[in-house]
Structures are given as structure tokens and as C-alpha cells.
Write a protein that binds this ligand. Structure first.
Ligand code: IMP
Ligand code: MG
Length: 337
């Protein structure tokens, strides 16, 4: 802080939503601004007994005092956005950049009908790829041309830069994960944009000199959905046995699973310029630490695992996720225990 950018370290679904919502509440951030691709993202936030599944809104929505922004680089599905606004009641504090591209039904249909996209690549079928094609062609509709979005339109880049000038805390939210980057990921099994920290900032409209912290979120094991390379992939029965079996938020598919991979994590730290690491789902490796808020509640083997990650990656692990609730976090930012 004041300006932290948060990105996924592997192939998405690292638990960014939970970490972002924790930071929004704990640090009382002034702005929570979403970069990234669009409604192909699925963030789950559990707070005060309520489960929110978010695909368009920033996860910072859980803090009623936080201003919410959606950067110009994000693709917007108006129907989904408006239903999330309704569900969360965030009407008065959402700013949507005028230049966000609009996903239309035909983009969704084209994504789903494409043997290459939803077939071979295994996309989420949410229309983001076909919409980005039109954006590059400069034929796509933008938010200011969509009358239903009028109440939320503004200049997100301008507002966020001014907030930073005043020294206010800004949390920039990435989506997907580093190896789904169109440029740096496992091409062609990737999403339709770069999703590393630099691009997330560009989506929102803040320059590299404005960023204080780059927080890369890793899960204690690796998952991916769709096709493509996954080193050390486990058979589904083994994933089940280890308690690592997951179902995708957006598509309902079973995620492919592999153990934590240090080489991939090192690459991700490099590509994003990480200054901090959040490690989620520690309780999937060490069930004894479920819900822990302090490091001494983690068994010795788990503490060694964290230390090993820190030593090998050369970046401090500052947040450790120990359960699905926003509050299930060991916060190590102010020293150990
Ligand atoms: P698209 O982003 O829907 O075009 O899908 C391209 C690839 O990225 C597919 O393998 C998707 O499963 C994957 N993908 C896109 N968004 C996410 C996400 O939020 N979490 C995990 N995988 C994703
Ligand atoms: Mg997800």
C-alpha cells in the first residue's frame, strides 16, 4: 500500500477473491479497482455468513466504504454486471470506465460454438475472446454507447491517479493467472489478453512508477481448467484422495490438479516483479491449521514449507490462507506470530 497490484501466480483460481476481500476490509482501502479480462473470471468471497460469486465486480465490494472501479481494459457483460450490482447493492460507489468494451450475446455464442475456442482451448465460453477480436478490429461497442450503464460511467484512470496523488490506498485487482497470459503463458492454451501485473495496471490506467507492491497469489497446489501443459498432473482419483479436487466457479468443470511447482512459481515471480506472496489453501495441505490466524497454529512441517517457498523464491510470504472465509488468514506483514 498505498498502491498494491494483486495477480494470480499460476493458471487462475488461486483464491484471489478471498485475499482481495481480506485486504479491502483489513486495510480499509479507499479504491478497489478491477483490471484483467472480463466475466471469464470467477471469484468466490465468503464473509459474515454470505457467499458471493463475482465475475464482474471487484472483490473489494465487501467493504461498504470502498469505492469500486472497473478499468478501461476490462470487457463488460452488462447483464452480469447489473445483476451483481443488484445482488451487492453497490449502486452509489461503482465507477465503470467509459471505454470498457461490451460483450454482446453474439460474442458468447461465437465463443461457445467455436470448435477451436471452447473445444480445443477449453475457454469459459463467456465471449471474452471474440469480444477482444472486435476490440482489436476497432468495431466493438464501448460502455458509453450502452444506455443501461449510464449511471456508472466515468474516468477510472483519472480518479484512481488522483486518489494516489492524495496518498489514498488503492487495491488493483488482477484476474486469471500468469500462465494464462496471451504473451507469457502456455500459448495457445491461454486467455485473450496479457494478465501479468504490468497489464493489469495498464487496464486500469496507472503507470509502473505508481505501484508500491505486487502481490502474487499462489495456491498450495496448482490447478487449471481447459487444455494445455500442467507439469506433474495428478489423476483425478489422486487429487480427490488428497482433498485437492475442485469445481470451476464459472463453468462447473472439474479442475485439473498438480502439486505446487517451484520452477513455475519462480517464473511467475519474475514475470510479475513480485514483492509479496500470498499462499492460499494451506489447510488443504495441513488440515490442522484450518481457520488459523497465527503462524504457531501451523504444524512444523507447514511452517517449513512456507520457509522453503520464501527461500527458493526470494520473496516474503506475507499472507497465508487457512480456510474459505475472508477472515481465515494468517497476516505476516508485521513480523512473525
Ligand atoms: P477464456 O479466457 O474464456 O478465453 O479461456 C481461455 C483459457 O483460460 C481456458 O483454459 C480457460 O479455462 C482459462 N480461464 C479463463 N479464465 C479463467 C479463470 O478465471 N480461472 C481459471 N481459468 C480461466
Ligand atoms: Mg476463479
Amino acid at each position: 500500500m498505498p498502491c498494491t497490484v494483486t495477480v494470480g501466480g499460476f493458471w487462475g483460481d488461486e483464491g484471489k477473491g478471498k485475499i482481495l476481500s481480506y485486504l479491502a476490509v483489513k486495510d480499509q482501502v479507499k479504491w478497489g479497482v478491477r483490471g484483467g479480462v472480463g466475466p471469464n473470471a470467477g471469484h468466490t468471497v465468503i464473509y459474515k455468513g454470505r457467499t458471493l460469486k463475482l465475475r464482474m465486480l471487484p472483490s473489494a465490494v465487501v467493504n461498504p466504504n470502498t469505492q469500486l472501479g472497473i478499468g478501461a481494459g476490462v470487457l463488460v457483460n452488462p447483464r452480469l454486471l447489473l445483476s451483481e450490482v443488484e445482488m451487492t447493492g453497490c449502486h452509489g460507489r461503482l465507477l465503470l470506465d467509459r471505454q470498457c468494451a461490451i460483450i454482446e450475446d453474439r460474442h458468447v455464442e461465437a465463443d461457445k460454438a467455436s470448435a477451436h475456442l471452447s473445444g480445443k482451448i477449453g475457454t469459459t465460453g463467456t465471449g471474452t475472446g471474440p469480444c477482444n477480436v472486435e476490440r482489436v478490429q476497432r468495431t466493438v461497442k464501448i460502455a458509453e454507447e450502452h444506455s443501461e450503464l449510464k449511471a456508472y460511467l466515468g474516468d477510472v484512470a483519472g480518479e484512481v491517479n488522483e486518489a494516489l496523488d492524495r496518498g489514498e490506498k488503492v487495491l488493483v485487482e488482477g484476474t486469471q493467472g500468469t500462465f494464462l497470459s496471451l504473451y507469457h503463458g502456455t500459448y495457445p492454451y491461454v486467455t485473450s489478453k496479457d494478465v501479468t501485473a504490468s497489464s493489469i495496471c495498464a487496464d486500469v490506467g496507472i503507470g509502473p512508477t505508481r505501484v508500491d507492491e505486487v502481490l502474487v497469489v499462489f495456491k498450495a497446489y496448482v490447478t487449471r481448467v481447459g487444455g494445455g501443459f500442467l507439469p506433474g498432473e495428478l489423476p483425478p482419483s489422486e487429487a480427490e484422495k488428497r482433498g485437492w479436487s475442485e469445481t470451476a466457479t464459472v463453468t462447473g468443470r472439474t479442475r485439473r490438479v498438480a502439486p505446487f511447482n517451484v520452477e513455475l512459481a519462480k517464473r511467475s515471480v519474475k514475470l510479475n516483479g513480485a514483492t509479496q506472496i500470498a499462499l492460499t489453501k494451506m489447510d488443504a495441505l495441513y488440515p490442522e491449521c484450518r481457520g488459523a490466524k497465527k503462524l504457531d497454529q501451523v504444524p512444523l512441517e507447514g511452517r517449513r514449507f512456507l520457509q522453503k517457498i520464501e527461500d527458493l523464491l526470494g520473496v516474503p510470504v506475507t499472507l497465508v490462507g487457512t480456510g474459505p472465509d475472508l477472515e481465515d488468514v494468517i497476516d505476516l506483514r508485521k513480523g512473525r506470530i
